[in-house]
Design a protein around this ligand. Sequence first.
Ligand SMILES: Cc1ncc(COP(=O)(O)O)c(C=O)c1O
Length: 509
Amino acid sequence: MLRRASTASLFTLTLERDATAPPLYRQVYDQVRLAVLEGRLPPGARLPSSRVLAAELRCSRNTVVGAFEQLLAEGYLEGHVGSGTYVSRVLPDELLSARPIATQRPAEEAAGPGLGRRGQRLAQLDPPGLPARRADAPRAFVPGMPETAFFPFPVWGRLVGRFWRVPPRELLRPGEPGGFRPLREAIAAYLRAVRALPVEPEQIFVTSGAQQALDLVARLLLDPGDEVWIEDPGYAGLRGPLLAAGAEIVPLSVDAEGIDVSEGVRKAPQARMAAVTPARQYPLGLPMSLARRLELLAWAQATEAWVVEDDYDSEYRYAGRPLAPLQSLDEGAGRVVYVGSLSKVLFPSIRLGYLVVPPSLVEPVTRARAVLEDYPALALQPALAAFIQEGHFAAHLRRMRALYQARQDALLEAAKRHLSGLLDLSGSEAGLHLLGRLKIEGLSDHAASKAAAAAGLLVSPLSAYYYQDPPLGGTNAILLGFSAVPEEVMDRQVQRLAQALERAPQGVV
Ligand SMILES: Cc1ncc(COP(=O)(O)O)c(C=O)c1O
């Protein structure tokens, strides 16, 4: 607990440290933001230095710096971290209109609206894909955003019409909890052919996106209090399902081979689940080594833990052979559930994905799903089944793979011209984004992201992907999504980024 008098107000920061609490930097951010909006921190009030605040809160200075950088980026504070940070004298109207949002209250004050404790936690999380949702107009470099201009909508429209102009009767009757049967067959055939996954259609559950698959897995396989290993940094969208299931999150570091299994065995040997992105670690972009895959599976098999394999963008591989999915290496042990998404292969608003469960889970998941959420609307599933079966899916993928490869090359070429000395970028054999290491002394990733935002670009700071405090000095990196930036504008956008980085204020971090 910290009490600190400033010129006109008293404000209190309290950090919760139990495993289900939001990350510390997020708690500092939320509480300072609320104090500003409620006027407890008046315009012009000077905040304590990050060093003093960190010492009083007994957290790392990086935690406070991360929170302050975010508040500076959003306009609540002004000045520079390290040389005096003040509450903004003029708060933009849209910030003031955010005042009644109860979701931003510190946990201890949030009991009012009648949400349960779990609901309060969920309501305080940022939804997955937030930067793209917030962007009013498409902006360059949003990570994971597919190009939608080349999606064959005329074909798609024809297929949707084929099923719905005069719908066959079976489409109008209650369906199966696993989803539309021909779609499950088409996905199974695709996974067998492309990912070498020996799956049967019964094992496939069509979901409304990978996100719902993760939620279903967490609800059905976990009990409150169960420990779950997650990658840190990792996919923030995983936290909601885990918190909703009452899980204890155990963040593990990620090295060049993937999640640190030995750290997991040290910290939480009896964890009930590990959730990983083995094809391409999100967001660092490296594949999990075969040795690490086998180590993870050996642990899961020995302790009867579940492994959730989030295969969110493995369709986009430009060179080399993909490593076998964990589910295919599991050799009949049945410990791996596989999650796939169609958001990046088709378009994000389609909200379709799938879960592939081991044979032992087919029956219980079918029954449980029937009493929970059932299957997603059948409106698009028949069209998608035909889209896959008639070869349009494979053709679209081939086309997009070539397009994204060309866009990545264009990004790397433009980076050579404009970003040398500012940002280190190297190519990736897969995926839709690159990680760039900032080379400007004293420029944090949050400050770089803020500078880019001012230039109309959406560049994500790596530290935003950390569950725990980001490591000191280890997060001077930003994510650059290249998939939605046309080649002909890439050079101009990279140049804008370079100018923004050159002009960015360099705080003492
Ligand atoms: C690592 C990762 N997992 C899961 C998802 C969720 O995908 P969906 O849109 O299908 O819910 C995403 C989306 O960006 C992701 O990046």
